[in-house]
Design a protein around this ligand. Sequence first.
Ligand code: GAR
Length: 229
Amino acid sequence: MSRPGAVPRLAVLASGEGSNLQALLDAGERGNLPGEITLVISDRDGAGALQRARTAGIQALHLPPQAHPSRGDYDRLLARSLADHGTDLVVLAGFMRILSDELVQSFAGRMLNIHPSLLPRHRGLHTHRRVLEAREAVHGATVHFVVPELDAGPAVLQYRCAVRPWDNEASLAASVRRGEHLIYPIAVKWFCQGRLRCRDDHVLLDDQPLRAPAVLTRDGAMALAAPPI
Ligand code: GAR
């Protein structure tokens, strides 16, 4: 943390509804998030995340990309806003923009993302549809540290659920989203407690290298050395 001993300051970046932001806010309300969300930024004016932030009394910034057509300019503005708030950890929660290498590198080891698939499977968009098309039996979500390559950073924690015979894209998205709301607050909590770090693209939990992401299943079991899918 930039200020040893201080409560970590979190900035959440979100483009959409903000249900993951809400899960983090709720964890904070329950005394289960030893960090303070001080800033929420969205690239979309109508993002539910901005409204949720305002309701919680958190500064909500809409930064319209149209005003900064080059990715570099936009990301420099983002970086300035994050720095102005003394951000210790950037939490990407459905922020649907590709970030410049420069911005990612300036928060190396201090930027987390949640992705709706069991990475490295299904990077990118339309993950639920692709899981159904491939007739896969297991699906889920992954929290990972962010590196310049899209959805490729070292994985920290996964939620895994079986794909049920009756699942369609919407039901699968809902199951995965419920799992996201469980795992993101846990991973952010680990980071705020100083238990979770990323060194040379490797995840350390309690100073031990995680050879595979920790896994939470639908029945609530947590495994630190789960077998690969
Ligand atoms: C979440 O499902 C998250 O995994 C996904 O966007 C959704 C945001 O929902 N992120 C990505 O697809 C990033 N590649 P929310 O706005 O309700 O938190």
